[in-house]
Design a protein around this ligand. Structure first.
Ligand SMILES: Cc1cc2nc3c(=O)[nH]c(=O)nc-3n(C[C@H](O)[C@H](O)[C@H](O)COP(=O)(O)O)c2cc1C
Length: 361
Protein backbone atom coordinates (compact mmCIF):
# COMPACT_ATOMS: atom_id res chain seq x y z
CA UNK A 1 0.00 0.00 0.00
CA UNK A 2 1.26 3.50 -0.77
CA UNK A 3 0.04 7.02 -0.07
CA UNK A 4 -0.78 9.40 -2.90
CA UNK A 5 -1.76 13.03 -3.02
CA UNK A 6 -3.87 14.67 -5.68
CA UNK A 7 -4.56 18.35 -6.33
CA UNK A 8 -8.16 19.43 -6.33
CA UNK A 9 -9.75 22.04 -8.61
CA UNK A 10 -8.83 25.00 -6.42
CA UNK A 11 -5.41 23.61 -5.50
CA UNK A 12 -6.50 21.80 -2.32
CA UNK A 13 -4.80 18.50 -1.47
CA UNK A 14 -6.66 15.14 -1.58
CA UNK A 15 -4.97 12.21 0.10
CA UNK A 16 -5.42 8.70 -1.24
CA UNK A 17 -4.28 5.14 -0.58
CA UNK A 18 -3.09 3.02 -3.47
CA UNK A 19 -2.96 -0.78 -3.73
CA UNK A 20 -1.47 -2.88 -6.53
CA UNK A 21 1.01 -2.09 -9.30
CA UNK A 22 0.89 1.40 -10.77
CA UNK A 23 1.19 0.01 -14.32
CA UNK A 24 -2.06 -1.93 -13.96
CA UNK A 25 -5.39 -0.45 -15.10
CA UNK A 26 -6.74 1.80 -12.35
CA UNK A 27 -9.87 1.84 -10.26
CA UNK A 28 -10.85 4.91 -8.23
CA UNK A 29 -12.90 4.13 -5.13
CA UNK A 30 -15.18 6.89 -3.87
CA UNK A 31 -16.64 5.18 -0.84
CA UNK A 32 -17.65 6.93 2.35
CA UNK A 33 -16.11 5.92 5.64
CA UNK A 34 -17.99 3.12 7.34
CA UNK A 35 -17.94 1.04 10.48
CA UNK A 36 -14.74 -0.89 11.25
CA UNK A 37 -13.50 -3.00 9.66
CA UNK A 38 -14.15 -0.90 6.63
CA UNK A 39 -15.64 -2.96 3.83
CA UNK A 40 -13.60 -1.21 1.15
CA UNK A 41 -10.28 -2.66 2.38
CA UNK A 42 -11.01 -6.24 1.28
CA UNK A 43 -12.50 -4.82 -1.92
CA UNK A 44 -9.27 -2.91 -2.63
CA UNK A 45 -7.17 -5.98 -1.82
CA UNK A 46 -9.26 -8.27 -4.02
CA UNK A 47 -9.04 -5.83 -6.93
CA UNK A 48 -5.27 -5.44 -6.46
CA UNK A 49 -4.93 -9.25 -6.46
CA UNK A 50 -6.98 -9.31 -9.65
CA UNK A 51 -4.31 -7.12 -11.28
CA UNK A 52 -5.70 -3.62 -10.72
CA UNK A 53 -4.17 -0.41 -9.41
CA UNK A 54 -6.71 0.64 -6.79
CA UNK A 55 -6.81 4.21 -5.53
CA UNK A 56 -9.11 5.03 -2.64
CA UNK A 57 -9.67 8.70 -2.06
CA UNK A 58 -9.64 9.52 1.67
CA UNK A 59 -12.99 11.23 2.00
CA UNK A 60 -13.83 12.66 5.41
CA UNK A 61 -16.91 14.76 6.07
CA UNK A 62 -16.77 16.72 2.85
CA UNK A 63 -16.21 14.98 -0.44
CA UNK A 64 -14.77 16.29 -3.68
CA UNK A 65 -16.87 18.56 -5.86
CA UNK A 66 -17.52 17.71 -9.50
CA UNK A 67 -14.59 19.97 -10.49
CA UNK A 68 -12.30 18.44 -7.85
CA UNK A 69 -13.14 15.00 -9.09
CA UNK A 70 -12.36 15.91 -12.69
CA UNK A 71 -9.03 17.40 -11.59
CA UNK A 72 -8.18 14.23 -9.62
CA UNK A 73 -9.19 11.93 -12.49
CA UNK A 74 -6.94 13.91 -14.83
CA UNK A 75 -3.93 13.14 -12.58
CA UNK A 76 -4.40 9.38 -12.45
CA UNK A 77 -1.84 7.11 -14.13
CA UNK A 78 -4.48 5.65 -16.45
CA UNK A 79 -8.16 6.31 -17.12
CA UNK A 80 -9.85 4.50 -14.25
CA UNK A 81 -13.15 2.80 -13.66
CA UNK A 82 -14.79 4.87 -10.91
CA UNK A 83 -16.64 3.04 -8.13
CA UNK A 84 -18.87 5.42 -6.17
CA UNK A 85 -21.12 4.57 -3.28
CA UNK A 86 -24.29 6.22 -2.05
CA UNK A 87 -23.11 9.71 -1.10
CA UNK A 88 -20.72 10.22 -3.99
CA UNK A 89 -22.89 8.90 -6.79
CA UNK A 90 -24.06 12.40 -7.79
CA UNK A 91 -20.56 13.82 -7.98
CA UNK A 92 -19.28 10.83 -9.93
CA UNK A 93 -22.13 10.96 -12.44
CA UNK A 94 -21.78 14.72 -12.88
CA UNK A 95 -17.97 14.52 -13.25
CA UNK A 96 -18.17 11.80 -15.90
CA UNK A 97 -21.07 13.09 -17.92
CA UNK A 98 -20.74 15.31 -20.96
CA UNK A 99 -17.20 16.58 -21.43
CA UNK A 100 -15.93 14.50 -18.48
CA UNK A 101 -16.66 11.22 -20.25
CA UNK A 102 -13.06 10.84 -21.47
CA UNK A 103 -11.79 10.86 -17.86
CA UNK A 104 -12.89 7.30 -17.01
CA UNK A 105 -13.52 4.00 -18.78
CA UNK A 106 -16.55 3.04 -16.68
CA UNK A 107 -18.66 3.92 -13.66
CA UNK A 108 -20.03 1.66 -10.92
CA UNK A 109 -22.67 2.96 -8.53
CA UNK A 110 -23.13 0.88 -5.42
CA UNK A 111 -25.21 0.76 -2.25
CA UNK A 112 -23.04 0.64 0.83
CA UNK A 113 -22.74 1.20 4.56
CA UNK A 114 -23.33 4.29 6.54
CA UNK A 115 -21.29 4.86 9.72
CA UNK A 116 -23.85 3.10 11.93
CA UNK A 117 -23.77 0.04 9.70
CA UNK A 118 -27.07 0.64 7.96
CA UNK A 119 -27.25 0.30 4.21
CA UNK A 120 -27.11 3.56 2.35
CA UNK A 121 -29.04 3.23 -0.84
CA UNK A 122 -27.49 4.95 -3.78
CA UNK A 123 -29.84 7.63 -4.95
CA UNK A 124 -29.25 10.33 -7.50
CA UNK A 125 -30.49 13.88 -7.04
CA UNK A 126 -33.18 14.58 -9.53
CA UNK A 127 -31.09 17.23 -11.29
CA UNK A 128 -28.23 14.74 -11.65
CA UNK A 129 -30.39 11.98 -13.05
CA UNK A 130 -31.94 14.40 -15.51
CA UNK A 131 -28.74 16.16 -16.52
CA UNK A 132 -26.59 13.12 -17.05
CA UNK A 133 -25.99 11.81 -20.53
CA UNK A 134 -23.34 9.21 -19.65
CA UNK A 135 -21.24 7.96 -22.56
CA UNK A 136 -19.34 5.36 -20.53
CA UNK A 137 -20.48 1.90 -19.40
CA UNK A 138 -22.40 2.03 -16.12
CA UNK A 139 -22.95 -0.75 -13.61
CA UNK A 140 -25.42 -0.35 -10.76
CA UNK A 141 -24.95 -2.70 -7.79
CA UNK A 142 -27.81 -2.60 -5.35
CA UNK A 143 -28.28 -4.20 -1.97
CA UNK A 144 -31.43 -6.18 -1.28
CA UNK A 145 -32.70 -4.28 1.73
CA UNK A 146 -32.75 -0.55 1.55
CA UNK A 147 -31.33 -0.75 -1.95
CA UNK A 148 -33.07 -0.13 -5.19
CA UNK A 149 -33.49 3.60 -4.74
CA UNK A 150 -31.86 4.36 -8.06
CA UNK A 151 -34.29 4.92 -10.85
CA UNK A 152 -32.86 2.44 -13.32
CA UNK A 153 -35.32 3.28 -16.03
CA UNK A 154 -34.38 6.94 -15.83
CA UNK A 155 -30.69 6.00 -15.96
CA UNK A 156 -31.23 3.69 -18.92
CA UNK A 157 -32.55 6.57 -21.00
CA UNK A 158 -29.46 8.63 -20.18
CA UNK A 159 -26.58 6.18 -20.24
CA UNK A 160 -25.29 4.08 -23.11
CA UNK A 161 -24.63 0.72 -21.47
CA UNK A 162 -26.37 0.14 -18.15
CA UNK A 163 -26.30 -3.15 -16.34
CA UNK A 164 -27.73 -3.71 -12.88
CA UNK A 165 -26.90 -6.39 -10.37
CA UNK A 166 -28.68 -7.20 -7.15
CA UNK A 167 -26.19 -8.34 -4.53
CA UNK A 168 -27.85 -10.47 -1.87
CA UNK A 169 -28.88 -9.16 1.54
CA UNK A 170 -27.28 -5.90 2.65
CA UNK A 171 -25.22 -4.87 -0.32
CA UNK A 172 -21.54 -4.71 0.60
CA UNK A 173 -22.15 -6.27 3.98
CA UNK A 174 -21.07 -9.74 5.05
CA UNK A 175 -18.10 -11.63 3.65
CA UNK A 176 -20.25 -13.64 1.28
CA UNK A 177 -21.84 -10.48 -0.05
CA UNK A 178 -18.38 -8.99 -0.45
CA UNK A 179 -17.21 -11.96 -2.49
CA UNK A 180 -20.28 -11.65 -4.69
CA UNK A 181 -19.70 -7.92 -5.04
CA UNK A 182 -16.02 -8.37 -5.91
CA UNK A 183 -16.88 -11.01 -8.50
CA UNK A 184 -19.42 -8.68 -10.14
CA UNK A 185 -16.98 -5.77 -10.06
CA UNK A 186 -14.05 -7.75 -11.49
CA UNK A 187 -16.30 -9.09 -14.23
CA UNK A 188 -17.30 -5.53 -15.16
CA UNK A 189 -13.65 -4.38 -15.10
CA UNK A 190 -12.54 -7.26 -17.32
CA UNK A 191 -15.25 -6.41 -19.82
CA UNK A 192 -14.81 -2.66 -19.94
CA UNK A 193 -11.21 -2.04 -18.88
CA UNK A 194 -9.48 -5.31 -19.77
CA UNK A 195 -5.89 -5.94 -18.83
CA UNK A 196 -3.37 -6.99 -21.44
CA UNK A 197 -2.84 -10.75 -20.98
CA UNK A 198 0.59 -11.77 -19.66
CA UNK A 199 2.65 -13.85 -22.06
CA UNK A 200 5.26 -16.58 -21.75
CA UNK A 201 7.41 -17.66 -24.69
CA UNK A 202 10.05 -20.34 -24.76
CA UNK A 203 13.08 -18.68 -23.22
CA UNK A 204 11.10 -16.23 -21.05
CA UNK A 205 11.49 -16.44 -17.30
CA UNK A 206 10.30 -19.54 -15.49
CA UNK A 207 8.21 -17.44 -13.08
CA UNK A 208 5.85 -16.41 -15.90
CA UNK A 209 5.50 -20.03 -17.00
CA UNK A 210 4.71 -21.04 -13.41
CA UNK A 211 2.06 -18.29 -13.27
CA UNK A 212 0.56 -19.50 -16.54
CA UNK A 213 0.48 -23.10 -15.28
CA UNK A 214 -1.01 -21.86 -12.00
CA UNK A 215 -4.17 -20.92 -13.95
CA UNK A 216 -4.99 -24.63 -14.02
CA UNK A 217 -6.74 -25.41 -10.72
CA UNK A 218 -5.87 -28.79 -9.22
CA UNK A 219 -6.39 -30.92 -6.18
CA UNK A 220 -3.44 -31.74 -3.93
CA UNK A 221 -1.95 -35.20 -3.33
CA UNK A 222 0.86 -36.75 -1.33
CA UNK A 223 2.76 -39.49 -3.13
CA UNK A 224 4.14 -42.14 -0.79
CA UNK A 225 6.36 -45.23 -0.94
CA UNK A 226 8.64 -47.20 1.37
CA UNK A 227 12.40 -46.68 1.07
CA UNK A 228 14.65 -49.72 0.64
CA UNK A 229 15.29 -49.47 4.41
CA UNK A 230 11.54 -49.76 5.07
CA UNK A 231 10.96 -46.13 6.07
CA UNK A 232 7.88 -44.32 4.70
CA UNK A 233 8.73 -41.47 2.30
CA UNK A 234 6.48 -39.01 0.54
CA UNK A 235 6.09 -35.60 -1.04
CA UNK A 236 3.29 -33.18 -1.88
CA UNK A 237 2.38 -33.16 -5.56
CA UNK A 238 -0.40 -31.61 -7.63
CA UNK A 239 0.74 -33.07 -10.97
CA UNK A 240 -1.62 -36.03 -10.55
CA UNK A 241 -3.53 -36.98 -13.69
CA UNK A 242 -5.72 -39.88 -14.69
CA UNK A 243 -4.35 -41.55 -17.82
CA UNK A 244 -6.40 -44.61 -18.70
CA UNK A 245 -9.47 -46.49 -17.46
CA UNK A 246 -8.62 -49.80 -19.08
CA UNK A 247 -6.04 -50.61 -17.92
CA UNK A 248 -6.45 -48.28 -14.92
CA UNK A 249 -3.46 -45.93 -15.13
CA UNK A 250 -2.58 -42.69 -13.34
CA UNK A 251 0.38 -40.36 -13.60
CA UNK A 252 2.43 -38.19 -11.30
CA UNK A 253 5.39 -35.96 -12.22
CA UNK A 254 8.21 -35.79 -9.68
CA UNK A 255 11.12 -33.35 -9.79
CA UNK A 256 14.49 -35.00 -10.46
CA UNK A 257 15.95 -33.14 -7.50
CA UNK A 258 13.25 -34.36 -5.08
CA UNK A 259 14.84 -36.34 -2.26
CA UNK A 260 11.81 -38.69 -2.35
CA UNK A 261 12.42 -39.66 -5.99
CA UNK A 262 14.92 -42.49 -5.37
CA UNK A 263 12.42 -44.20 -3.03
CA UNK A 264 9.64 -43.80 -5.62
CA UNK A 265 11.88 -45.19 -8.37
CA UNK A 266 13.07 -48.13 -6.27
CA UNK A 267 9.73 -49.26 -4.86
CA UNK A 268 7.48 -51.44 -7.01
CA UNK A 269 4.43 -50.04 -5.30
CA UNK A 270 3.55 -46.47 -4.42
CA UNK A 271 0.42 -44.63 -3.31
CA UNK A 272 -1.25 -41.38 -4.24
CA UNK A 273 -3.19 -39.86 -1.35
CA UNK A 274 -5.70 -37.19 -2.40
CA UNK A 275 -6.10 -34.59 0.33
CA UNK A 276 -9.31 -33.12 1.77
CA UNK A 277 -9.82 -29.56 2.93
CA UNK A 278 -8.72 -30.37 6.48
CA UNK A 279 -5.29 -31.64 5.37
CA UNK A 280 -3.65 -28.35 4.38
CA UNK A 281 -1.10 -28.60 7.20
CA UNK A 282 -0.23 -32.14 6.05
CA UNK A 283 0.31 -30.80 2.54
CA UNK A 284 2.72 -28.18 3.92
CA UNK A 285 4.44 -30.76 6.09
CA UNK A 286 5.22 -32.96 3.08
CA UNK A 287 7.24 -30.17 1.46
CA UNK A 288 9.47 -29.61 4.51
CA UNK A 289 12.99 -30.94 4.83
CA UNK A 290 13.50 -30.20 8.53
CA UNK A 291 10.90 -32.63 9.93
CA UNK A 292 10.07 -36.31 9.97
CA UNK A 293 7.08 -35.90 7.62
CA UNK A 294 5.24 -38.97 8.95
CA UNK A 295 5.79 -38.32 12.65
CA UNK A 296 2.54 -36.48 13.40
CA UNK A 297 0.47 -37.92 10.57
CA UNK A 298 -1.68 -41.04 10.86
CA UNK A 299 -0.65 -43.64 8.29
CA UNK A 300 -1.01 -47.34 7.69
CA UNK A 301 0.37 -50.00 5.38
CA UNK A 302 -1.88 -50.46 2.35
CA UNK A 303 -3.26 -53.82 1.29
CA UNK A 304 -0.78 -53.89 -1.62
CA UNK A 305 2.16 -52.57 0.37
CA UNK A 306 2.72 -48.80 0.08
CA UNK A 307 2.16 -46.43 3.02
CA UNK A 308 -1.29 -44.76 2.98
CA UNK A 309 -2.22 -41.52 4.75
CA UNK A 310 -5.19 -42.53 6.87
CA UNK A 311 -8.35 -40.42 6.48
CA UNK A 312 -7.43 -38.91 3.11
CA UNK A 313 -10.12 -38.06 0.58
CA UNK A 314 -8.88 -40.93 -1.59
CA UNK A 315 -5.97 -43.40 -1.63
CA UNK A 316 -4.75 -44.97 -4.86
CA UNK A 317 -2.44 -47.97 -4.36
CA UNK A 318 -0.39 -48.35 -7.51
CA UNK A 319 2.12 -50.68 -9.09
CA UNK A 320 4.84 -49.00 -11.17
CA UNK A 321 3.76 -49.34 -14.80
CA UNK A 322 6.19 -47.04 -16.64
CA UNK A 323 8.68 -44.27 -16.03
CA UNK A 324 9.17 -41.57 -18.67
CA UNK A 325 11.78 -38.90 -18.97
CA UNK A 326 10.28 -35.39 -18.74
CA UNK A 327 12.88 -32.63 -18.66
CA UNK A 328 13.63 -31.74 -15.04
CA UNK A 329 10.85 -34.12 -13.90
CA UNK A 330 10.18 -37.82 -14.15
CA UNK A 331 6.74 -39.02 -15.22
CA UNK A 332 5.77 -41.96 -13.06
CA UNK A 333 2.84 -43.97 -14.40
CA UNK A 334 1.12 -46.30 -11.96
CA UNK A 335 -1.37 -49.09 -12.49
CA UNK A 336 -4.14 -48.73 -9.91
CA UNK A 337 -4.43 -51.90 -7.85
CA UNK A 338 -6.90 -50.48 -5.37
CA UNK A 339 -8.61 -47.14 -4.80
CA UNK A 340 -10.69 -46.21 -1.81
CA UNK A 341 -12.34 -42.86 -1.23
CA UNK A 342 -14.47 -40.86 1.15
CA UNK A 343 -17.53 -39.57 -0.74
CA UNK A 344 -18.62 -36.75 1.57
CA UNK A 345 -15.64 -34.49 2.22
CA UNK A 346 -14.52 -31.49 0.16
CA UNK A 347 -11.10 -31.51 -1.54
CA UNK A 348 -8.10 -29.33 -0.82
CA UNK A 349 -7.55 -27.26 -3.96
CA UNK A 350 -4.55 -25.40 -5.35
CA UNK A 351 -4.83 -22.48 -7.75
CA UNK A 352 -2.45 -19.63 -8.60
CA UNK A 353 0.01 -20.68 -5.93
CA UNK A 354 -2.55 -20.76 -3.09
CA UNK A 355 -4.68 -23.31 -1.35
CA UNK A 356 -8.37 -22.89 -2.13
CA UNK A 357 -11.63 -24.47 -1.17
CA UNK A 358 -14.69 -25.37 -3.18
CA UNK A 359 -17.18 -22.56 -3.28
CA UNK A 360 -20.45 -23.92 -4.47
CA UNK A 361 -23.87 -22.45 -4.00
C1 LIG B 1 0.72 -27.70 -3.79
C2 LIG B 1 2.05 -28.27 -4.15
C3 LIG B 1 2.18 -29.09 -5.26
C4 LIG B 1 3.41 -29.65 -5.60
N1 LIG B 1 3.47 -30.47 -6.69
C5 LIG B 1 4.64 -31.09 -6.99
C6 LIG B 1 4.71 -32.03 -8.04
O1 LIG B 1 3.72 -32.33 -8.70
N2 LIG B 1 5.88 -32.62 -8.29
C7 LIG B 1 7.02 -32.33 -7.57
O2 LIG B 1 8.07 -32.90 -7.84
N3 LIG B 1 6.99 -31.42 -6.57
C8 LIG B 1 5.82 -30.82 -6.25
N4 LIG B 1 5.76 -29.93 -5.21
C9 LIG B 1 6.98 -29.59 -4.49
C10 LIG B 1 7.40 -30.69 -3.56
O3 LIG B 1 6.38 -31.07 -2.67
C11 LIG B 1 8.58 -30.16 -2.79
O4 LIG B 1 9.61 -29.84 -3.67
C12 LIG B 1 9.07 -31.11 -1.79
O5 LIG B 1 9.69 -30.36 -0.80
C13 LIG B 1 10.06 -32.06 -2.34
O6 LIG B 1 10.61 -32.67 -1.19
P1 LIG B 1 11.78 -33.75 -1.31
O7 LIG B 1 12.88 -33.09 -2.13
O8 LIG B 1 12.19 -33.96 0.10
O9 LIG B 1 11.20 -34.95 -1.97
C14 LIG B 1 4.54 -29.36 -4.83
C15 LIG B 1 4.43 -28.53 -3.72
C16 LIG B 1 3.21 -28.00 -3.38
C17 LIG B 1 3.09 -27.13 -2.16
Amino acid sequence: MSQLEFRGFAGGAWAAEAHGGVDAPSVLLLLERAREPEPWRPIAQALAEAGRHVVRLAIEEVGPSTEDLRAILGQMASRPVVVASALWADEAVMALSGEGSHLATGLVLVDSFTKDGAVAATELRQETAQAAPLQIPLLVVQGGEGGGALDLNALKTRATHVSAVQVEADGVASTDDLEAFNAVLIDFLEQHAPRAPIEFRNGSDARTLRDALGCFATGVTIVTAFTAAGQPAGLTANSFTSVSLDPPLVLICVGKSASTLPALMAADRFAINVLHMGQQSTSNRFTRKDVDRFETVAWERGEFGPPLLTGSLANFECERHAVHEGGDHVMLVGKVLRARFEPHRDPLLYFRGKYRRLHMS
